[in-house]
Design a protein around this ligand. Structure first.
Ligand code: GLP
Length: 272
C-alpha cells in the first residue's frame, strides 16, 4: 500500500494531520516519539495544561513504549516530569470498587502510573465508586476546567463511534456526566468481564464532547481490522449525534493515527 496515496485519500475527505503506518507497532513507535516530544516541551512551560488520556486495548502498547522512553530520561528531567504531571482520563465505569482490576483507574495504575511514580492526584480518573456518581462527574468536569482545560488529548475510537463513553446519540454540547452504556459497548468491552456483556457495568462517567473539543490538540488512534468499518464510517460521516466521534471533524488541530489494517477498507472503496 502506498502510504502517501492513502494519506492523500484520507485528507481529501477530512483535512487533518494524517499519519499512516504499515503496522501498529510502527504507529506506536512514532506516536510515542510525538508524545515524548510534547512532554519535553511541556517541561518548559510555566502553566502547562493537563493531558487527556484514554484507556482500551489500542492504548496499551502506546503506554508501554512511552513509559520505556520516559524511564530512560535523565533523573532531573524525570523528576520534573513527575512533579509537574497532571492528566485527566476520559472515563470510568460506575459501581466497581476502586481497586477492582477492571476499573480504568486500575488500568492506568498498572499500565502507566505505578511505574512512573505518579500519585492518584496527578493521574486523575473519574470516581465511579462513590455514592453519588452524578456529583462525582460534575466535580471532575469542574476540576478539569479549573486546571485550564485539556492540552493534548489522546483518543481511541469505539466500534459504535463513541469517544470516551460518549455513546450515540450525543451532541457536541455534552459535558462530564453519567451515561448508560449501549449494548454494543458492553459487547465490545466484555472481554474484561468473563466475556459476558451482562457483567459489564451498565453505567459510566465520561468527559463530554464539549470538554474534549476544547483541547488544544486531539490525537485519534485507530488500529486493527476490527476498526476498519467504523473508521470508514467516521471518515465519510458528516458531524452528527449518531456518530459522536464525527464532531472531532470540526476540531482545528486533529491528528489521525491509523495503521493499514484499519484504513484498508476505506482506501479500497475510495479508489473504486
Ligand atoms: C472504550 C473506552 C474508550 C476507548 C475505546 C476503544 O470503551 N471507553 O476510552 O478509547 O472504547 O477501546 P479499544 O482501544 O479497546 O478498542
Amino acid at each position: 500500500m502506498n502510504q502517501e496515496q492513502v494519506r492523500q485519500a484520507v485528507f481529501d475527505v477530512l483535512p487533518c494531520k494524517v499519519n499512516v503506518f504499515a503496522a501498529a507497532s510502527e504507529l506506536v513507535a512514532a506516536l510515542a516519539d510525538a508524545l515524548e516530544t510534547h512532554l519535553h516541551q511541556r517541561l518548559t512551560l510555566q502553566t502547562p495544561k493537563p493531558l487527556g488520556l484514554a484507556t482500551g486495548r489500542t492504548m496499551e502498547p502506546v503506554y508501554q513504549q512511552l513509559l520505556a522512553r520516559l524511564l530512560d530520561w535523565p533523573a532531573a528531567d524525570l523528576q520534573k516530569l513527575q512533579n509537574g504531571w497532571l492528566s485527566f482520563n476520559l472515563d470510568e465505569y460506575v459501581g466497581l470498587a476502586v481497586n477492582d482490576p477492571r476499573t480504568f483507574h486500575s488500568y492506568m495504575r498498572r499500565h502507566f502510573g505505578d511505574r512512573l511514580g505518579l500519585s492518584q492526584d496527578r493521574l486523575r480518573v473519574p470516581d465511579g465508586h462513590g455514592q453519588d456518581p452524578q456529583a462525582a462527574a460534575r466535580r471532575y468536569g469542574d476540576q478539569l476546567n479549573q486546571a485550564g482545560g485539556l492540552g493534548l488529548q489522546l483518543l481511541g475510537l469505539g466500534s459504535n463511534g463513541h469517544v470516551g463513553f460518549n455513546e450515540p446519540p450525543c451532541g457536541l454540547d455534552s459535558v462530564s456526566r453519567v451515561v448508560s452504556l449501549t449494548q454494543a459497548t458492553r459487547q465490545q468491552n466484555a472481554a474484561g468481564f468473563d466475556g459476558n456483556p451482562a457483567h459489564v457495568p451498565a453505567q459510566a462517567i465520561t468527559v463530554g464532547l464539549r470538554e474534549i473539543l476544547a483541547a488544544d490538540q486531539i490525537h485519534l488512534v485507530v488500529t486493527g481490522a476490527s476498526k476498519a468499518e467504523i473508521l470508514e464510517a467516521w471518515l465519510r460521516s458528516p458531524c452528527t449525534a449518531e456518530l459522536p466521534a464525527s464532531w472531532l471533524r470540526s476540531h482545528a488541530n486533529l491528528h489521525l493515527w491509523v495503521d493499514e489494517a484499519a484504513i484498508a477498507g476505506f482506501y479500497k472503496n475510495a479508489m473504486n
